[in-house]
Design a protein around this ligand. Sequence first.
Ligand code: F0G
Length: 351
Amino acid sequence: THQWRGIIEEYRGRLPVGADTVPVTLREGGTPLVPARVLSEQTGCEVHLKVEGANPTGSFKDRGMTMAITKARADGAQAVICASTGNTSASAAAYAVRAGMVCAVLVPQGKIALGKMGQALVHGSQILQVDGNFDDCLRLARGLSEKYPVALVNSVNPSRIEGQKTAAFEIVDMLGDAPDLHVLPVGNAGNITAYWKGYQEYAADGPATRTPRMWGFQASGSAPIVRGAPVAEPSTIATAIRIGNPASWKPAEQARDESGGAIRAVTDRQILRAYRLLAAQEGVFVEPASAASVAGLLQAAEEGELAPGQRVVCTVTGNGLKDPDWAVAGAPQPITVPVDADTAARQLGLA
Ligand code: F0G
């Protein structure tokens, strides 16, 4: 009879919602914090994975979306709009259904994973594929929300950041204090902003005695914050973070600087290596963008920049089922056998 109630009910006192606001929720949050044995061995640190793919629509976006859609409904909005590389749109589409609202999504044509497109479709949202990249989509969505009666639910909406900060609360609640280091992928830079806000609030008047250093990782072909300039034509196989001009650029730099952290780049090759390691050696299937955090941690360890003995949390942001093409690509084809035990046993090396 006791199930996790969703982040608004679990953390109501720390979120900007009225005492009698009824949440629009799918019971998001309360995600597993999984000890990572192999990564701990390889880095000499105590590494944990915050598995955000376990959220209802398969990514961390649900934490922000329950807040944004709850607020939009309370404000009387009847329609919401977002730009997305796929996960935000999947989440907005699902929560709009819960709220009985119309949802419009703008996605970069040909650059979103099939699973995410399927989610937006099956939840009945109105999808426009834009002949441009995510940054173009966000500019369009902002413009439309200023001119027409549709609420913008991208992370430029402060409610989104408020909801997403609860992941930091959960980590401190589980570990008893903040970790030494928090590592996560960076795309539009809302999530690093949100975690830093959560950690700071918990250290100011909550159960934490300190804040972690924040390490963010961008894909090297889409690394505007690392380069210090927008990237006009971002590229990476990690489509979720294929972003050239992040909306939360400044707050992300603030999180980096105030925490004594860093924002760096990892190559697609490093991302795919971490992606395979997570699945094959930790049993955690994530989408490629999510593996950027682990790729970054391994890079730091290899370069001798990771002091051993630290407690580290890596957020893995989205579920591997969203984008299974990369799991299948390059893997050996399964062997076909007749309905015959001897043949099956031989093929499996049992006989
Ligand atoms: N990982 C995944 C799986 C994501 O979908 C995103 C962002 C990020 C990491 C980066 O988070 O933008 O807060 O820095 N996806 C957005 C979307 C852009 O539209 O779904 P961020």
